[in-house]
Design a protein around this ligand. Structure first.
Ligand SMILES: [Zn+2]
Length: 416
């Protein structure tokens, strides 16, 4: 099945550099001015609607094997505030009113020529809330996006109540409800991101609400994403059969992929990070300092991975897998080095790795360069913006000065 367009197709369909000068009224009215800068389309404009119908037909004639075409808002806000758009949105309780009305129109007009094609649109950010009375036509797909959610908890947790209300609303009015779900931290692909135990409950929740299409977006730009292999396998299993026991699947994966001896400390690591992140709002674009990356849990995590490496030491294949999966803890250690060293001193704690940041950075460089003959061990980019390993390590070429470490880091030296 071919998905024509996939996402954010408003401007590819109606390129502003080609059409804004002649038709400013096709674009959003923002603060009293027609603009295409971080704007959307004026969805109530009849001429624009028919133009998009023509463009969609053009795209479909170019791709006769397409079964879905994406007519989706740009990746920012900026919904049109003109009188007609605003009236529609006010009546429907939000901008999904004008969006679904617009997409319904396109879907109705293309149906005679393309009866096998569905028109896909987003319920994303400003359009996430379902409309009050307008219903998507049977040949319209609504892709509801979970981008704002707390991924530490399942989607039916109180912290995700607004999303739950939206999925419930859409499930009542939409015959083809799809989900775009976010399974990683897009600001730090290689960082402990304890959402593992919510993946299973969430897939099951989607099934309960009649979801028939699911896009589980992970660290998609290369290898080395934190627990990426576990996530990919677990989600594939759950997409196939959602009612499986997700914890049993995870144990099966850890045993099979890392070997039974290494699987134990790794499972403990998952539980430890999960417990340490209790009450933290785990966003998929991390902005705050998360508790699971503070000194105690992180150093315990480091010890568990060292134990896993030891357990896998005699098998080069298993060792390569364990080493790659150990990197996220090191990534967090390097990123938070000065704060962690201070915490270590304050808590009179043990420091289970080299005391030179430069040395730890060099180890990170070597592991992320990968193992010859195993391309999946080469770490790609470290976040969605494309940060590479060398750029990440650059600030760590020199060790921080002593005054950043007010307390002696080793146990027993601290005056009582
Ligand atoms: Zn408008």
């Amino acid at each position: 099945m071919k998905y024509k367009g996939h996402a954010h197709t408003f401007y590819p369909l109606v390129p502003p550099d080609k059409y804004f000068a002649g038709h400013p009224e096709w674009y959003s009215l923002l603060k009293g001015k027609r603009t295409h800068d971080h704007a959307q389309l004026c969805l109530s404009n009849p001429e624009l609607r028919d133009f998009v119908v023509g463009r969609v037909k053009e795209w479909l004639r170019e791709s006769p094997d397409a079964a879905i075409i994406s007519v989706t808002q740009n990746d920012w806000y900026g919904a049109c505030e003109c009188e007609k758009c605003k009236a529609m949105d006010d009546a429907e309780g939000g901008p999904s009113g004008s969006m679904i009305t617009f997409v319904n129109y396109i879907a109705e007009k293309i149906e005679p020529e393309f009866p096998h094609v569905a028109v896909d649109t987003f319920a994303y950010q400003y359009t996430r809330k379902p409309p009050k009375t307008v219903k998507p036509r049977p040949n319209v797909i609504v892709r509801l996006c979970s981008i704002e959610c707390n991924f530490r908890e399942p989607l039916d947790h109180p912290s995700n109540a607004a999303f739950l209300a939206d999925i419930e609303g859409w499930s009542k009015i939409c015959q083809r409800l799809y989900i775009w779900d976010y399974t990683t931290d897009f600001k730090n692909y290689v960082n402990p991101h304890p959402n593992w135990f919510t993946l299973g409950p969430n897939v099951q929740l989607f099934q309960r609400y009649g979801v028939t299409g699911l896009f589980e977006q992970g660290a998609y730009q290369g290898f080395g994403g934190e627990m990426g292999e576990l996530r990919a396998w677990l989600l594939a299993q759950l997409l196939w059969k959602p009612r499986q026991d997700d914890r049993a699947l995870m144990r099966e994966f850890l045993n099979g992929y890392y070997g039974q001896a290494a699987a134990k400390p790794i499972l403990r690591y998952l539980e430890l990070m999960h417990e340490a992140s209790k009450d933290f709002y785990l966003a998929c674009f991390l902005r705050k300092d998360p508790p699971q990356l503070h000194f105690q849990p992180l150093m315990e995590a480091e010890r568990l991975w060292q134990q896993a490496e030891k357990s896998a030491a005699r098998d080069p294949e298993l060792l390569a897998r364990v080493r790659l999966s150990h990197l996220p803890v090191r990534y967090a250690v390097l990123s938070r080095w000065v704060a962690l060293r201070r915490e270590c001193g304050e808590q009179n704690g043990d420091w289970p790795l080299a005391k030179s940041r430069k040395v730890v950075a060099e180890e990170f460089r070597q592991t992320s360069a990968g193992v010859t003959g195993k391309p999946w061990t080469v770490v790609g980019v470290l976040n969605e913006r494309g940060l590479n390993v060398e750029e990440f390590l650059k600030p760590f070429a020199v060790d921080p000065p002593e005054e950043d470490m007010p307390m002696p880091p080793t146990r027993g030296k601290r005056p009582m």
